[in-house]
Design a protein around this ligand. Structure first.
Ligand SMILES: [Zn+2]
Length: 113
């Protein structure tokens, strides 16, 4: 009875030590402090990356790169520049079309010999 219990205990302990040998993958998250400091914090890849980290100067530093979190850039609204570019292209296309129509009209008006 006593011996069998001890045996189970040893078995469990050996399993635990096997798990303990594994190292969790780490990711280095860079935090930028408003005072100009940058912190590199090694975090477990499975842990949730906090957006804010307390800097050594006592100010809150913000995570520079959240790795492959949500792709927020995909859904960002079009910038003013992009809209300007878009309009310009349409204008250019319209100009080209007008040019083509003029050419066609000119050709049609030319006397055929
Ligand atoms: Zn700082």
């Amino acid at each position: 009875m006593d011996r069998s219990l001890r045996g189970m205990g040893i078995g469990l302990r050996s399993m635990e030590s096997d798990d303990g040998v594994e190292f969790a993958e780490r990711v280095h998250v860079v935090y930028d402090c408003p005072s100009g400091h940058s912190l590199v914090v090694p975090l477990s890849i499975e842990a949730e990356v906090p957006m804010v980290w307390n800097c050594r100067c006592g100010v809150e530093a913000y995570a520079r790169d959240r790795g492959d979190a949500e792709p927020t850039e995909v859904r960002r609204p079009r910038s003013h520049w992009e809209m300007v570019l878009e309009r310009r292209t349409i204008e250019e296309l319209e100009a080209l079309l007008a040019e083509r129509l003029d050419l066609l009209r000119a050709r049609r008006l030319q006397p055929v010999h």
